[in-house]
Design a protein around this ligand. Structure first.
Ligand code: PLP
Length: 410
C-alpha cells in the first residue's frame, strides 16, 4: 500500500459523507447535476485570508495570483478579500475585468506578452512587470502611440532561488525577468521615457513549506531591491516580494508555519534600509489562498480487478486534475490526498487505485492507496484541488470536456 497525501484540515463527514460548506458533497453533486465537479468553499478562502492578515505585517499587501484559479465567481470573492491581482496573460486581463477589483490594482507578469496584450494592459492602467529590455521598448512605444502613460515595473531575475521550492523561478538563466545586473540601466530608461515607474517584482519560487527558507528568500529579495534601487538612483515606489508559500500535497508534507513567516517578515520590515523606507510592499500568492479550499469529485463507474489489484474507474481523470496524476511538474509520482467521499472517515479495507476514464496509463488519481471498499456509484474526492486543477489540465484531451465548477458560500 502506498501512502496518500494529508487531507487538509477542516473536512468532516455528515452521515458518513464528506462535507463541504456544511453540506454533504452528494448535495452539491445533485445541485450541479453532474460529475466530475470541483467544489470550492468560500469560507475556507476567507479563513485563509484572515489567517494571513493576522500573521503578516500590515505594511505588506496581499495579492492573488490569478493563474492558480481563474474561476469567475472565485475571483469575485477574492476581489473583496485581497489588495491586488497578478495576471499573466491578456486572457486573464479579460477575466479580471469583471471581477470587481480596480484595474489599477492589477499587475501583469509573464514572458512573451504580445503587442495587443501590452496595449490592452496600458489602456486599462494595469502595471506591466517587464520581462526583458525588448518588452520595455515595445511597451514604451505603444504608450507613446496611444498617448497613454504606461505603468511599468521590472521583474528582476534574482541570483538566488527559494530553497525547498517545488518550482524554481529564479537563479541562473531563466526566461523570467531581467538579470539583476542589467536592471539599474533599464530603470533609468523607463524613467527617462516618461512612463510611470512602479518598481520591482522579485519572484524566486513557489510551493515551499519551510518558514525559514521563505523568510530567507524574502530577506534576499529586500536586500536586492535595496541594492538595485540604490544603483538606479531613483526612489522605489513599490516592491512585489514574490510569494512561494506552499500547501502540503504529499505524504510527510507539513503546513507552513505562517505565524513564523509573518514574524520574520515583520522583523525585516522594522529594519529596512533607508532607500526602502517609503516603498510599498506586497506578496503574491496563488495556491496558498485557494488550493486547500477546493475538492474534485468524480463518480466510480467501474470496479475491476486485474492481476489481483483493484481499480476504481471514475468518470474524472487527469484531464481535470493533471497535477494529482503526477504529470504537472513532479519528478516522482506521489499520491495527492484522496478519499472515498461517500464513505468518508471509514477505515481502510482494501488497497485500490483510483483511475480516470482516459485511455492512457498516466491517468491515475491515486496509486495503490488504502481505502474503505468502494463500489460503482460511490464518489471519490481529490483534495488540494482549488489551485492548478480545472484551468491547468487538458480538458479537451480525448474529447472529454471540462468538469463542472461551483463556489459554495459556506
Ligand atoms: C505562478 C506564480 C505565482 C503563484 O504561485 P503559487 O505557487 O500558486 O503561489 C505567483 N507569482 C508568479 C509570478 C507566478 O508565476
Amino acid at each position: 500500500m502506498k501512502a496518500l497525501g494529508p487531507i487538509p484540515a477542516g473536512y468532516d463527514a455528515i452521515d458518513g459523507v464528506l462535507a463541504i460548506g456544511g453540506r454533504p458533497v452528494t448535495h452539491w453533486v445533485e445541485e450541479a447535476g453532474a460529475t466530475p465537479l470541483f467544489v470550492y468553499s468560500a469560507d475556507h478562502v476567507r479563513r485563509r485570508v484572515a489567517e494571513l492578515r493576522a500573521a503578516l505585517p500590515q505594511r505588506v499587501a496581499l495579492h492573488y495570483a490569478v493563474k492558480a484559479n481563474p474561476y469567475p465567481p472565485l475571483l469575485a470573492l477574492m476581489a473583496g478579500l485581497v489588495d491586488g491581482f497578478d495576471i499573466a496573460s491578456g486572457g486573464e486581463l479579460e477575466i479580471v475585468r469583471g471581477a470587481g477589483l480596480p484595474l489599477a490594482k492589477v499587475s501583469f507578469a509573464g514572458p512573451g506578452k504580445r503587442d495587443a496584450e501590452l496595449e490592452a494592459a496600458i489602456l486599462a492602467g494595469v502595471t506591466l512587470n517587464l520581462e526583458s529590455e525588448g518588452e520595455a521598448a515595445r511597451a514604451i512605444a505603444i504608450g507613446e502611440r496611444l498617448g497613454k502613460t504606461p505603468r511599468l515595473a521590472i521583474r528582476v531575475n534574482p541570483s538566488f532561488d527559494l530553497k525547498g521550492s517545488g518550482m524554481k523561478m529564479g537563479g541562473g538563466a531563466k526566461p523570467f525577468g531581467i538579470d539583476a545586473e542589467r536592471v539599474p540601466a533599464l530603470v533609468r530608461t523607463v524613467i527617462e521615457s516618461g512612463a510611470e515607474w512602479r518598481g520591482f517584482h522579485i519572484f524566486a519560487g513557489s510551493q515551499a513549506l519551510g518558514a525559514e527558507a521563505i523568510a530567507e528568500t524574502q530577506a534576499q529579495a529586500l536586500a536586492l531591491a535595496a541594492q538595485l534601487a540604490q544603483e538606479s538612483g531613483a526612489p522605489l515606489p513599490h516592491c512585489n516580494l514574490g510569494g512561494g508559500l506552499g500547501i502540503p500535497y504529499f505524504p510527510g508534507d507539513t503546513p507552513v508555519d505562517l505565524p513564523l513567516v509573518g514574524q520574520l517578515l515583520a522583523q525585516q520590515m522594522e529594519s529596512l534600509p533607508e532607500v526602502l523606507r517609503e516603498t510599498e510592499f506586497c506578496i503574491e500568492l496563488g495556491r496558498y489562498l485557494v488550493g486547500e479550499a477546493g475538492v474534485y469529485l468524480a463518480r466510480i463507474v467501474d470496479r475491476k480487478i486485474s492481476h489481483g489489484e483493484v481499480f476504481l474507474v471514475t468518470d474524472g481523470g487527469l484531464h481535470h486534475q493533471l497535477a494529482a496524476s503526477g504529470n504537472f511538474g513532479t519528478v516522482v509520482r506521489r499520491n495527492y490526498p484522496s478519499a472515498i467521499a461517500t464513505r468518508f472517515g471509514a477505515g481502510v479495507e482494501e488497497e485500490a487505485s483510483i483511475v480516470g476514464c482516459l485511455c492512457t496509463p498516466l491517468d491515475k488519481l491515486a496509486d495503490k492507496g488504502g481505502f474503505p471498499r468502494a463500489d460503482v456509484g460511490d464518489l471519490i474526492a481529490v483534495f488540494c484541488a482549488g489551485a492548478y486543477g480545472a484551468s491547468a489540465s487538458p480538458a479537451m484531451f480525448l474529447g472529454q470536456g471540462p468538469a463542472a465548477e461551483m463556489l459554495v458560500q459556506a
